[in-house]
Design a protein around this ligand. Structure first.
Ligand SMILES: [Zn+2]
Length: 92
C-alpha cells in the first residue's frame, strides 16, 4: 500500500512571499524549500524587496505628498507676492 501521507508531505508546497507577485503566488516544493532560499531567483527577489511592498507604497505616497506640499507652498508664495503687488498698486 502506498504511503499517501508521506507523499503528501513530499508534494506539499510552500508559497514564497519574497518571490510571489500580486496575483502570482510563487510556490516551492517543501523538500526544495531550503534549496530555494539559497537560489539565485530567491536572492534576486529578496534584494529587490529589501523594503516591503507596504513600505515602498508608503514611501511613494510620502514623496507624492511632499511634492504636493511643495507645489502648494510655491503657489501660496506666488499668491502672496501677487497680493502684495496688488495692495501696492491700490495704494498708488
Ligand atoms: Zn523565494
Amino acid at each position: 500500500m502506498p504511503d499517501t501521507a508521506d507523499r503528501q508531505v513530499l508534494n506539499s508546497r510552500k508559497i514564497c512571499d519574497v518571490c510571489s507577485e500580486p496575483g502570482k503566488p510563487f510556490s516551492v516544493l517543501s523538500n526544495a524549500w531550503e534549496e530555494h532560499l539559497r537560489s539565485k531567483v530567491h536572492r534576486r527577489h529578496s534584494k529587490h524587496t529589501s523594503i516591503s511592498r507596504e513600505e515602498w507604497i508608503a514611501q511613494e505616497k510620502a514623496k507624492g505628498l511632499a511634492r504636493k506640499a511643495e507645489r502648494e507652498a510655491l503657489k501660496a508664495a506666488e499668491m502672496a507676492v501677487k497680493a502684495a503687488k496688488e495692495a501696492e498698486e491700490a495704494r498708488k
